[in-house]
Design a protein around this ligand. Structure first.
Ligand code: ZN
Length: 419
Protein backbone atom coordinates (compact mmCIF):
# COMPACT_ATOMS: atom_id res chain seq x y z
CA UNK A 1 0.00 0.00 0.00
CA UNK A 2 2.95 2.27 0.67
CA UNK A 3 4.16 1.58 -2.81
CA UNK A 4 0.82 2.67 -4.20
CA UNK A 5 1.11 5.97 -2.37
CA UNK A 6 4.64 6.35 -3.57
CA UNK A 7 3.59 5.73 -7.16
CA UNK A 8 0.88 8.35 -6.76
CA UNK A 9 3.42 10.86 -5.56
CA UNK A 10 5.82 9.95 -8.31
CA UNK A 11 3.18 10.30 -10.94
CA UNK A 12 2.35 13.78 -9.70
CA UNK A 13 5.99 14.76 -9.67
CA UNK A 14 6.43 13.86 -13.26
CA UNK A 15 4.79 14.82 -16.53
CA UNK A 16 5.49 16.93 -19.52
CA UNK A 17 2.51 18.69 -21.09
CA UNK A 18 1.06 16.72 -23.93
CA UNK A 19 2.59 13.37 -23.24
CA UNK A 20 -0.70 11.96 -21.95
CA UNK A 21 -2.48 12.70 -25.18
CA UNK A 22 -0.91 10.63 -27.92
CA UNK A 23 -1.44 12.17 -31.30
CA UNK A 24 -1.57 15.64 -29.84
CA UNK A 25 1.93 15.74 -28.58
CA UNK A 26 3.11 17.90 -31.45
CA UNK A 27 0.67 20.79 -30.96
CA UNK A 28 0.85 20.69 -27.23
CA UNK A 29 4.58 20.74 -27.08
CA UNK A 30 4.37 24.25 -28.50
CA UNK A 31 2.92 25.32 -25.15
CA UNK A 32 5.65 23.55 -23.27
CA UNK A 33 8.26 25.93 -21.90
CA UNK A 34 10.78 23.31 -22.79
CA UNK A 35 10.11 23.98 -26.46
CA UNK A 36 11.45 27.48 -25.96
CA UNK A 37 14.80 26.24 -24.78
CA UNK A 38 17.30 28.39 -26.65
CA UNK A 39 18.92 26.52 -29.49
CA UNK A 40 22.39 27.21 -28.14
CA UNK A 41 21.67 25.16 -25.02
CA UNK A 42 22.91 21.79 -26.13
CA UNK A 43 20.61 18.93 -25.26
CA UNK A 44 22.18 15.60 -24.46
CA UNK A 45 21.67 12.73 -26.85
CA UNK A 46 20.19 9.36 -26.10
CA UNK A 47 22.94 6.85 -26.75
CA UNK A 48 21.18 3.60 -26.00
CA UNK A 49 18.02 2.15 -24.52
CA UNK A 50 17.47 -1.39 -23.34
CA UNK A 51 14.87 -3.36 -21.49
CA UNK A 52 15.07 -6.40 -19.27
CA UNK A 53 11.82 -7.96 -18.22
CA UNK A 54 10.62 -10.73 -15.95
CA UNK A 55 7.20 -11.58 -14.55
CA UNK A 56 7.64 -9.67 -11.33
CA UNK A 57 9.75 -6.75 -12.52
CA UNK A 58 11.15 -4.97 -15.54
CA UNK A 59 13.80 -2.33 -16.02
CA UNK A 60 14.41 0.27 -18.72
CA UNK A 61 17.89 1.75 -18.90
CA UNK A 62 18.51 4.77 -21.14
CA UNK A 63 22.12 5.79 -21.67
CA UNK A 64 22.51 9.54 -22.08
CA UNK A 65 25.37 11.79 -23.10
CA UNK A 66 24.63 13.88 -20.00
CA UNK A 67 22.22 14.13 -17.11
CA UNK A 68 18.76 15.34 -18.13
CA UNK A 69 15.11 15.51 -17.06
CA UNK A 70 12.46 12.91 -17.67
CA UNK A 71 8.75 12.22 -17.35
CA UNK A 72 6.50 9.20 -17.75
CA UNK A 73 2.82 8.44 -18.23
CA UNK A 74 0.63 5.36 -18.42
CA UNK A 75 -1.42 4.91 -21.60
CA UNK A 76 -4.12 2.50 -22.79
CA UNK A 77 -5.08 0.87 -26.09
CA UNK A 78 -2.78 -1.11 -25.85
CA UNK A 79 -1.47 -0.70 -22.30
CA UNK A 80 1.82 1.19 -22.46
CA UNK A 81 4.17 3.25 -20.42
CA UNK A 82 5.77 6.19 -22.22
CA UNK A 83 8.97 7.73 -20.89
CA UNK A 84 10.19 11.04 -22.29
CA UNK A 85 13.66 12.37 -21.71
CA UNK A 86 14.70 15.91 -22.55
CA UNK A 87 17.24 15.19 -25.24
CA UNK A 88 18.21 16.31 -28.73
CA UNK A 89 18.63 13.23 -30.83
CA UNK A 90 18.98 9.53 -30.41
CA UNK A 91 21.30 7.01 -31.91
CA UNK A 92 19.72 3.92 -30.43
CA UNK A 93 20.11 0.85 -32.58
CA UNK A 94 16.70 -0.42 -33.74
CA UNK A 95 15.25 -1.97 -30.58
CA UNK A 96 15.49 -5.70 -30.93
CA UNK A 97 12.57 -6.12 -28.60
CA UNK A 98 12.79 -7.78 -25.27
CA UNK A 99 15.11 -10.75 -25.41
CA UNK A 100 13.28 -13.97 -26.22
CA UNK A 101 12.46 -16.10 -23.22
CA UNK A 102 12.66 -12.98 -21.13
CA UNK A 103 9.07 -11.82 -21.69
CA UNK A 104 7.32 -10.93 -18.44
CA UNK A 105 5.88 -7.46 -17.88
CA UNK A 106 7.15 -5.76 -21.03
CA UNK A 107 6.57 -7.34 -24.44
CA UNK A 108 8.36 -4.77 -26.59
CA UNK A 109 9.47 -1.17 -26.90
CA UNK A 110 10.17 1.60 -29.39
CA UNK A 111 12.33 4.69 -29.22
CA UNK A 112 11.33 7.75 -31.24
CA UNK A 113 11.81 11.47 -31.60
CA UNK A 114 8.70 12.96 -29.94
CA UNK A 115 9.70 16.60 -30.35
CA UNK A 116 12.76 18.71 -31.03
CA UNK A 117 13.78 18.40 -27.39
CA UNK A 118 12.48 15.03 -26.36
CA UNK A 119 13.05 11.38 -27.04
CA UNK A 120 10.25 9.01 -26.16
CA UNK A 121 10.60 5.37 -25.24
CA UNK A 122 7.29 3.52 -25.25
CA UNK A 123 7.09 0.19 -23.45
CA UNK A 124 4.27 -2.15 -24.47
CA UNK A 125 3.00 -3.89 -21.37
CA UNK A 126 2.10 -7.57 -21.39
CA UNK A 127 0.44 -7.10 -18.01
CA UNK A 128 -0.59 -4.04 -15.96
CA UNK A 129 2.51 -2.44 -14.46
CA UNK A 130 3.55 0.70 -12.68
CA UNK A 131 6.76 2.59 -12.02
CA UNK A 132 8.35 1.50 -8.77
CA UNK A 133 11.13 4.06 -8.98
CA UNK A 134 12.94 6.14 -11.56
CA UNK A 135 16.20 8.00 -11.22
CA UNK A 136 19.07 9.51 -13.16
CA UNK A 137 22.67 8.48 -12.55
CA UNK A 138 25.53 10.87 -13.27
CA UNK A 139 28.16 9.73 -15.73
CA UNK A 140 31.03 7.96 -14.07
CA UNK A 141 34.34 6.92 -15.60
CA UNK A 142 33.50 4.98 -18.78
CA UNK A 143 29.80 4.78 -17.93
CA UNK A 144 27.44 7.34 -19.49
CA UNK A 145 24.68 9.14 -17.59
CA UNK A 146 21.69 6.86 -17.20
CA UNK A 147 17.98 6.99 -16.62
CA UNK A 148 16.81 3.86 -14.84
CA UNK A 149 13.09 3.09 -14.66
CA UNK A 150 11.98 0.08 -12.60
CA UNK A 151 8.54 -1.40 -13.15
CA UNK A 152 6.56 -3.73 -10.93
CA UNK A 153 3.20 -5.41 -11.51
CA UNK A 154 0.02 -3.43 -10.84
CA UNK A 155 -3.60 -4.50 -10.62
CA UNK A 156 -5.84 -3.56 -13.54
CA UNK A 157 -7.52 -1.02 -11.24
CA UNK A 158 -4.21 0.57 -10.26
CA UNK A 159 -3.18 0.83 -13.89
CA UNK A 160 -6.52 2.36 -14.89
CA UNK A 161 -6.20 4.85 -12.03
CA UNK A 162 -2.71 5.82 -13.18
CA UNK A 163 -3.93 6.40 -16.72
CA UNK A 164 -6.81 8.49 -15.44
CA UNK A 165 -4.57 10.57 -13.25
CA UNK A 166 -1.96 11.13 -15.92
CA UNK A 167 -4.67 12.38 -18.28
CA UNK A 168 -6.11 14.78 -15.73
CA UNK A 169 -2.86 16.17 -14.32
CA UNK A 170 -0.78 16.49 -17.44
CA UNK A 171 -2.54 19.68 -18.54
CA UNK A 172 -1.64 21.57 -15.39
CA UNK A 173 1.79 20.20 -14.57
CA UNK A 174 4.81 20.83 -16.64
CA UNK A 175 7.59 20.45 -14.14
CA UNK A 176 9.64 17.46 -15.10
CA UNK A 177 11.36 15.37 -12.51
CA UNK A 178 15.06 15.25 -11.83
CA UNK A 179 14.58 11.98 -10.08
CA UNK A 180 12.02 10.31 -7.90
CA UNK A 181 12.76 9.39 -4.33
CA UNK A 182 13.30 5.78 -3.48
CA UNK A 183 11.36 6.31 -0.30
CA UNK A 184 9.40 9.54 -0.03
CA UNK A 185 9.71 11.29 3.30
CA UNK A 186 6.05 12.31 3.16
CA UNK A 187 5.05 8.68 3.32
CA UNK A 188 5.75 8.23 6.98
CA UNK A 189 5.21 4.73 8.22
CA UNK A 190 3.94 4.29 11.74
CA UNK A 191 6.89 2.22 12.89
CA UNK A 192 9.97 2.57 10.81
CA UNK A 193 12.03 -0.48 9.96
CA UNK A 194 15.38 -0.53 11.74
CA UNK A 195 18.42 -1.01 9.55
CA UNK A 196 21.64 -1.87 11.37
CA UNK A 197 24.75 -1.04 9.38
CA UNK A 198 27.89 -2.85 10.45
CA UNK A 199 31.14 -1.23 9.27
CA UNK A 200 33.55 -4.16 9.21
CA UNK A 201 36.63 -4.39 11.44
CA UNK A 202 37.79 -1.42 13.58
CA UNK A 203 40.33 -0.67 16.29
CA UNK A 204 43.16 -3.20 16.42
CA UNK A 205 41.53 -5.06 13.53
CA UNK A 206 42.33 -3.00 10.43
CA UNK A 207 40.86 -5.44 7.96
CA UNK A 208 42.47 -5.48 4.55
CA UNK A 209 45.23 -3.02 3.81
CA UNK A 210 46.08 -1.48 0.45
CA UNK A 211 49.59 -0.77 -0.74
CA UNK A 212 49.41 2.93 0.20
CA UNK A 213 48.56 2.06 3.79
CA UNK A 214 44.83 2.62 3.28
CA UNK A 215 42.87 0.44 5.67
CA UNK A 216 39.60 -1.34 5.08
CA UNK A 217 38.25 -0.30 8.49
CA UNK A 218 38.48 3.40 7.55
CA UNK A 219 37.01 3.03 4.08
CA UNK A 220 34.02 0.99 5.25
CA UNK A 221 33.34 3.38 8.14
CA UNK A 222 33.25 6.39 5.80
CA UNK A 223 30.96 4.48 3.48
CA UNK A 224 28.66 3.32 6.29
CA UNK A 225 28.25 6.85 7.63
CA UNK A 226 27.26 8.01 4.16
CA UNK A 227 24.79 5.16 3.79
CA UNK A 228 23.30 5.97 7.18
CA UNK A 229 22.87 9.60 6.12
CA UNK A 230 21.04 8.61 2.94
CA UNK A 231 18.73 6.16 4.70
CA UNK A 232 17.93 8.73 7.40
CA UNK A 233 17.25 11.40 4.75
CA UNK A 234 14.64 9.16 3.18
CA UNK A 235 12.68 9.49 6.41
CA UNK A 236 11.69 5.91 6.05
CA UNK A 237 14.13 4.09 8.31
CA UNK A 238 15.66 4.11 11.71
CA UNK A 239 19.35 3.45 11.25
CA UNK A 240 21.94 2.31 13.75
CA UNK A 241 25.62 1.58 13.31
CA UNK A 242 27.45 -1.15 15.20
CA UNK A 243 30.38 1.27 15.45
CA UNK A 244 30.57 4.98 14.63
CA UNK A 245 34.29 5.36 15.20
CA UNK A 246 37.48 3.35 15.18
CA UNK A 247 36.29 0.87 17.79
CA UNK A 248 37.04 -2.82 17.94
CA UNK A 249 33.95 -5.03 18.21
CA UNK A 250 33.85 -8.77 18.44
CA UNK A 251 31.78 -10.46 15.77
CA UNK A 252 29.25 -11.77 18.24
CA UNK A 253 28.81 -8.25 19.59
CA UNK A 254 27.82 -7.11 16.12
CA UNK A 255 25.29 -9.90 15.82
CA UNK A 256 24.01 -9.22 19.33
CA UNK A 257 23.52 -5.51 18.56
CA UNK A 258 21.31 -6.36 15.59
CA UNK A 259 19.36 -9.03 17.43
CA UNK A 260 19.04 -7.13 20.68
CA UNK A 261 17.54 -4.17 18.87
CA UNK A 262 15.26 -6.37 16.77
CA UNK A 263 16.73 -5.04 13.54
CA UNK A 264 14.73 -5.54 10.36
CA UNK A 265 17.88 -5.73 8.27
CA UNK A 266 21.54 -6.16 9.14
CA UNK A 267 24.03 -5.06 6.55
CA UNK A 268 27.75 -5.58 7.08
CA UNK A 269 30.08 -3.45 4.93
CA UNK A 270 33.49 -4.67 3.80
CA UNK A 271 36.18 -4.09 1.17
CA UNK A 272 38.51 -7.03 1.58
CA UNK A 273 41.58 -8.24 -0.26
CA UNK A 274 41.91 -11.23 -2.50
CA UNK A 275 44.94 -13.23 -3.51
CA UNK A 276 44.28 -12.64 -7.19
CA UNK A 277 44.61 -8.89 -7.81
CA UNK A 278 42.56 -9.12 -11.02
CA UNK A 279 39.41 -10.00 -9.07
CA UNK A 280 37.28 -6.90 -8.75
CA UNK A 281 33.77 -5.56 -8.37
CA UNK A 282 31.05 -5.42 -5.74
CA UNK A 283 29.14 -8.43 -4.44
CA UNK A 284 26.59 -9.22 -1.77
CA UNK A 285 26.78 -12.28 0.44
CA UNK A 286 24.23 -14.22 2.38
CA UNK A 287 25.03 -17.11 4.62
CA UNK A 288 25.64 -20.39 2.86
CA UNK A 289 22.81 -22.84 3.48
CA UNK A 290 25.23 -25.71 3.12
CA UNK A 291 28.03 -24.26 5.15
CA UNK A 292 29.03 -25.74 8.45
CA UNK A 293 26.30 -24.86 10.84
CA UNK A 294 27.85 -22.71 13.50
CA UNK A 295 24.58 -21.24 14.60
CA UNK A 296 24.01 -23.94 17.15
CA UNK A 297 27.44 -23.27 18.56
CA UNK A 298 26.71 -19.55 18.74
CA UNK A 299 23.47 -20.18 20.48
CA UNK A 300 24.93 -22.71 22.85
CA UNK A 301 27.96 -20.61 23.71
CA UNK A 302 26.40 -17.25 24.09
CA UNK A 303 22.82 -17.53 25.10
CA UNK A 304 20.02 -19.67 26.13
CA UNK A 305 18.21 -20.95 23.10
CA UNK A 306 14.89 -19.75 24.37
CA UNK A 307 16.19 -16.18 24.09
CA UNK A 308 15.88 -16.64 20.37
CA UNK A 309 12.15 -16.80 20.56
CA UNK A 310 11.75 -14.43 23.46
CA UNK A 311 9.70 -12.17 21.24
CA UNK A 312 7.08 -14.86 20.88
CA UNK A 313 6.14 -14.80 24.56
CA UNK A 314 5.25 -18.44 24.65
CA UNK A 315 4.97 -20.39 27.85
CA UNK A 316 7.44 -23.13 28.79
CA UNK A 317 8.63 -24.73 25.58
CA UNK A 318 10.28 -28.10 25.36
CA UNK A 319 13.76 -28.06 23.80
CA UNK A 320 12.38 -29.92 20.78
CA UNK A 321 9.81 -27.23 20.11
CA UNK A 322 12.44 -24.54 20.51
CA UNK A 323 14.62 -26.33 17.97
CA UNK A 324 11.78 -26.45 15.46
CA UNK A 325 10.95 -22.78 15.94
CA UNK A 326 14.57 -21.74 15.63
CA UNK A 327 14.88 -23.80 12.48
CA UNK A 328 11.75 -22.25 10.96
CA UNK A 329 12.95 -18.75 11.79
CA UNK A 330 16.36 -19.43 10.40
CA UNK A 331 14.92 -20.72 7.16
CA UNK A 332 12.67 -17.71 6.82
CA UNK A 333 15.60 -15.38 7.52
CA UNK A 334 17.66 -17.06 4.84
CA UNK A 335 14.91 -16.46 2.32
CA UNK A 336 14.61 -12.83 3.42
CA UNK A 337 18.37 -12.35 3.40
CA UNK A 338 18.59 -13.70 -0.12
CA UNK A 339 15.82 -11.38 -1.25
CA UNK A 340 17.58 -8.40 0.33
CA UNK A 341 20.82 -9.39 -1.43
CA UNK A 342 19.01 -9.64 -4.75
CA UNK A 343 17.30 -6.28 -4.29
CA UNK A 344 20.63 -4.62 -3.46
CA UNK A 345 22.46 -6.21 -6.37
CA UNK A 346 19.62 -5.22 -8.70
CA UNK A 347 20.14 -1.57 -7.72
CA UNK A 348 23.92 -1.77 -7.80
CA UNK A 349 23.92 -3.22 -11.30
CA UNK A 350 23.39 -0.02 -13.35
CA UNK A 351 25.70 1.97 -11.04
CA UNK A 352 28.88 0.07 -10.32
CA UNK A 353 31.07 -2.77 -11.51
CA UNK A 354 29.89 -6.07 -10.05
CA UNK A 355 31.61 -9.40 -9.70
CA UNK A 356 30.37 -12.23 -11.84
CA UNK A 357 27.50 -13.90 -9.95
CA UNK A 358 27.27 -10.95 -7.56
CA UNK A 359 24.84 -12.62 -5.15
CA UNK A 360 27.10 -14.99 -3.26
CA UNK A 361 27.03 -17.30 -0.29
CA UNK A 362 29.63 -17.91 2.36
CA UNK A 363 29.74 -18.85 5.98
CA UNK A 364 30.25 -15.40 7.45
CA UNK A 365 29.95 -15.37 11.20
CA UNK A 366 28.14 -12.01 11.29
CA UNK A 367 25.33 -13.42 9.16
CA UNK A 368 24.25 -15.92 11.77
CA UNK A 369 21.21 -14.20 13.27
CA UNK A 370 18.22 -16.54 13.13
CA UNK A 371 15.80 -13.64 13.46
CA UNK A 372 17.37 -10.78 11.46
CA UNK A 373 17.77 -10.86 7.66
CA UNK A 374 21.51 -10.33 7.20
CA UNK A 375 23.72 -9.54 4.24
CA UNK A 376 27.37 -8.69 3.81
CA UNK A 377 28.37 -6.25 1.08
CA UNK A 378 31.84 -6.41 -0.38
CA UNK A 379 32.17 -2.98 -1.98
CA UNK A 380 35.21 -4.08 -3.94
CA UNK A 381 38.72 -5.32 -3.33
CA UNK A 382 41.60 -3.33 -1.94
CA UNK A 383 43.83 -5.78 -3.81
CA UNK A 384 42.53 -4.49 -7.16
CA UNK A 385 43.86 -1.16 -8.44
CA UNK A 386 40.59 -0.07 -10.11
CA UNK A 387 38.48 -0.95 -7.09
CA UNK A 388 40.96 0.78 -4.85
CA UNK A 389 40.82 3.95 -6.96
CA UNK A 390 37.01 3.87 -6.80
CA UNK A 391 36.87 3.30 -3.07
CA UNK A 392 39.04 6.37 -2.53
CA UNK A 393 36.67 8.61 -4.51
CA UNK A 394 33.79 10.25 -2.68
CA UNK A 395 31.86 10.38 -5.99
CA UNK A 396 32.04 6.63 -6.29
CA UNK A 397 31.14 6.10 -2.66
CA UNK A 398 28.12 8.42 -2.96
CA UNK A 399 26.94 6.67 -6.09
CA UNK A 400 27.31 3.25 -4.53
CA UNK A 401 25.70 4.29 -1.25
CA UNK A 402 22.78 5.70 -3.27
CA UNK A 403 22.37 2.38 -5.04
CA UNK A 404 22.54 0.47 -1.76
CA UNK A 405 19.93 2.75 -0.21
CA UNK A 406 17.67 2.14 -3.20
CA UNK A 407 18.18 -1.60 -2.89
CA UNK A 408 17.26 -1.48 0.78
CA UNK A 409 14.16 0.58 -0.01
CA UNK A 410 12.95 -1.77 -2.73
CA UNK A 411 13.50 -4.77 -0.46
CA UNK A 412 11.16 -3.19 2.11
CA UNK A 413 8.72 -2.10 -0.65
CA UNK A 414 8.36 -5.74 -1.63
CA UNK A 415 7.84 -6.82 1.97
CA UNK A 416 5.15 -4.20 2.48
CA UNK A 417 3.40 -5.17 -0.73
CA UNK A 418 3.00 -8.65 0.65
CA UNK A 419 1.30 -7.46 3.80
ZN1 ZN B 1 36.46 -7.09 5.76
Amino acid sequence: MTTTNLIRLLTLLVLFIGLAVPGHAQEESAADPAAETPAEVALPNVIDARVTSAEDRARLVIDLAARTEFAFVSLTGPDRLAIDVRAGTFSVPEPEGVPAGDAGLVSGYVVEQAGPDRIRTTLTLAAPAQVQQAYVLDPFEDQPARLVVDLIPATAEEFAANVERDLSTSASLSQPAQSTPAGGSELAIATKPLVVIDPGHGGIDSGAEASGGIKEKDIVLAFSLRLQELLMESGRFDVALTREDDTYLRLEERVALARGNKADLFISIHADSFQQPEIRGASVYTRDENATDVLDKVLADNENKSDVIAGFSMPQLTPEVVDILVDLMRREMRVQSFRAAQAIVHQLEPSVALRRFPVRQADFFVLQSPDVPSVLVELGFLSNASDMANLMQSDWRDRTADALARGISTYFDDLEDEE
